[in-house]
Each structure stands twice: as structure tokens, then as C-alpha cells.
Design a protein around this ligand. Structure first.
Ligand code: FES
Length: 178
């Protein structure tokens, strides 16, 4: 029977399962690997972890619901994640977040398709350069509202990341099955 996961991802999952004393201990890195490849963690992926790798659906869902960094719904291709913790908040992160959200909303209102969503996240660990933001895994320091707008414009012109393309294809295939 064909695996739900790609060959490479299956190898990665097996590697993590063999690295820790209990299967449960490997859930965090396995979920990261799935999210890196698929852009989110679908209910089907959770079921396949149990069917193909013996990881309990209950255990996996407990981890998924606890940690906010795992995406439980298909995301847009790019995520602007702005730290809203104390140093960044004191240096204007809230203004950057609200400005970026309204920039995206206005563009969509005028009929443009913007491959971006914006979220507030917890401390990103480089508080001396507040406000700090990520675009997917790329880190940016001293992020002003102007820089956030530029990042949205610049990334929107790039080719979509492979994980986003896979995510879109999976969703289209799922819709076609309904
Ligand atoms: S408070 Fe924003 S990076 Fe630490």
C-alpha cells in the first residue's frame, strides 16, 4: 500500500522514531518535518502516523493542540510572524502587525491575491533587535511598518515555496474527491 508520506519524509520519521526512547518523545520533531514538507498538518497525516508508524492519534493530537507553532489548517504560502513580546511590543510591534494586516486586507479588497497572512507570535529570542519578525523561516530585525510592507511586496513577487505548492495541490485533490 502506498504511504501517505513521501519516501524522504518516511525516512525522516523513521529516523526520529529510532532516536528516542519512546515513540511519544519523537512527536515534536516529526510534526516539524511534516509541516516543513506539507506546510500544515492535516487530520489525514495524523491518521497516517498511527497507521504507518504506530504513533497514537490521541498523543499526536494532544501535542498539536498544545503548541501554536503547528498549523492545523492550510496556511497562505507566506506567513509574516511578528514578535509581540515585551521588547518588541515596547518598540512598536503592535503597530507593525496592525499595519501589515490592514495592508493585506486592503489589497485583497481591491481584488489582488496576496499570498500572505500576518500573526503575532511569542519571543523570537533576539530581543536586542526589536521588533523582530519572520517570513516563514527567514528572520528580520528592527522591523518597522514600512519594512513589513516591503517584505510583503517583495515576497509576493517571488515564486511560491515548494511546500505551498504542495499544499495547494493537496487541497485541490481533496476538493476534487468531494
Ligand atoms: S521580545 Fe521580541 S524577540 Fe524577544
Amino acid at each position: 500500500m502506498a504511504s501517505f508520506f513521501s519516501a524522504g519524509l518516511n525516512e525522516t520519521i523513521k529516523g526520529y522514531l529510532g532516536r528516542y526512547e519512546t515513540k511519544r518523545s519523537s512527536i515534536l520533531p516529526i510534526l516539524h518535518a511534516i509541516q516543513d514538507e506539507n506546510d500544515w498538518i492535516s487530520p489525514e497525516a495524523v491518521q497516517a502516523l498511527e497507521a504507518e508508524h504506530g504513533l497514537s492519534v490521541i498523543d499526536v493530537n494532544e501535542v498539536l493542540s498544545f503548541y501554536t507553532m503547528y498549523r492545523k489548517a492550510p496556511p497562505k504560502p507566506y506567513r509574516l510572524e511578528v514578535c509581540g513580546s515585551i521588547s518588541c511590543w515596547l518598540n512598536g510591534a503592535d503597530k507593525t502587525i496592525s499595519d501589515a494586516k490592514s495592508y493585506i486586507a486592503q489589497a485583497e479588497k481591491s481584488g489582488q491575491s496576496v499570498p500572505f497572512e500576518c500573526h503575532k507570535v511569542e519571543c523570537l529570542g533576539v530581543c536586542g533587535y526589536a521588533p523582530v519578525a519572520l517570513v516563514n523561516k527567514d528572520r528580520y530585525l528592527n522591523v518597522t511598518p514600512e519594512l513589513a510592507r516591503k517584505l510583503i511586496d517583495d515576497y509576493s513577487k517571488k515564486e511560491l515555496p515548494a511546500a505551498a505548492k504542495k499544499c495547494a495541490a493537496d487541497l485541490a485533490a481533496r476538493a476534487a474527491q468531494k
